[in-house]
Design a protein around this ligand. Sequence first.
Ligand SMILES: Cc1cc2nc3c(=O)[nH]c(=O)nc-3n(C[C@H](O)[C@H](O)[C@H](O)COP(=O)(O)OP(=O)(O)OC[C@H]3O[C@@H](n4cnc5c(N)ncnc54)[C@H](O)[C@@H]3O)c2cc1C
Length: 372
Amino acid sequence: MPKPLRIAVVGAGPVGVEAALYAKACGFAVALYDRGPVGEHVRRWGHARMFTPFGLNCTALGLAEVRREKAGRSLPADGDFVTGRQLVDAYLTPLAESEALLEALHLEEAVLQVGRATSVKKSEVAEQMPFRVLVRDAKGAERVDAADVVLDCTGTLNTPHRLGDGGIPAVGELAAKGQIAWGLEDILGERRAHYAGKSVVLVGDGYSAATTICALAELAEGANDTWVFWLSRGPRGAPLPRLPNDPLKERDRLAVRANSLATRCDGNLEFHPQTVLDEVTTHGPDKGFRVAGRSNGVAVSWEVERVIANVGYRADTRLSDGLRPDEPGYFVLGAKSRGPDFLLREGYEQIRKVFAQLTGNARLDLYAKKAA
Ligand SMILES: Cc1cc2nc3c(=O)[nH]c(=O)nc-3n(C[C@H](O)[C@H](O)[C@H](O)COP(=O)(O)OP(=O)(O)OC[C@H]3O[C@@H](n4cnc5c(N)ncnc54)[C@H](O)[C@@H]3O)c2cc1C
């Protein structure tokens, strides 16, 4: 019997865990790596409620495995809107630690880079050499694992876009990096005291910025000295686009509320559209920032205590920069494969397509099977 393909899945986020499960169900040998715990990136915004219902965040294959593992385990209902943390605790972690995946799971192991082994030509027929996967464990020990296929499911949360005009860092931004909040802060929870009564610059105009502005407005109702300068590169008017008949009602509600805050400028906030940044300088740890740029071409600046950057993320390509751009057998899946507004259900469809290709069975669809 031929040896099964060895599949290295890098990243145990929602897409990586599902991809590893799918690979296992197809009979491949699987290694699933994460540099942190399961769902490390989702945990970072774990307090936030997802705008897609649970039924769109899981798969029939995954549900069947979680149920099989522990009959009677209470899982959210398809229509429930769970938080990121609930997704990790109720679904992602039990799945990654299920019998199907436990042996494949390598947590606290970062993949540093992936390359292709050099072919030593023994005959005229060129041989496809395996990938070399450089791994560093939690103790700092490094080793090279071999794989025939690599699924890069590493997401983008570690590489936010830059704040400065033209996509480069603003003056002072690199030095201030550690003091700027780059993700979804738990403003109404554990970070309340950090923001209550403070002056805040919020940069960005996507759904994360919308979530942040709504939380800051709610915070300001009880902590009146809170003052927010919301900066967007976009045109005047409502910053969040609304999709006609958006099927994701929670996402639409968020856009409506954020747009209303921007256009009415209530809740202790000022909205500054058409604003680009030239400078974000820190005055020292917890000593505030100077933020300067141009609003509709006119110079503007603010002295504030906090800066929150919700400016989206970019793909970090260092993992594969030793490979050709379209290296056969190297697939980028999940949030890293797409721009903003990526949805998990798109990632699950990517998985289905990759394994249809790898098995040579175009009709293969393990998600079509009914959950047990
Ligand atoms: C605030 C927020 C809310 C969202 N809400 C929704 C929603 O409601 N519905 C929806 O469908 N989508 C939502 N998304 C979009 C998207 O589904 C998520 O970003 C999702 O986490 C993407 O899953 P992923 O598996 O592709 O990547 P990630 O969840 O980013 O997982 C990547 C994993 O790779 C690991 N990793 C990275 N580099 C390495 C390395 N070198 N070696 C080993 N491991 C590594 C990380 O630790 C991480 O665990 C949301 C996104 C954000 C930011």
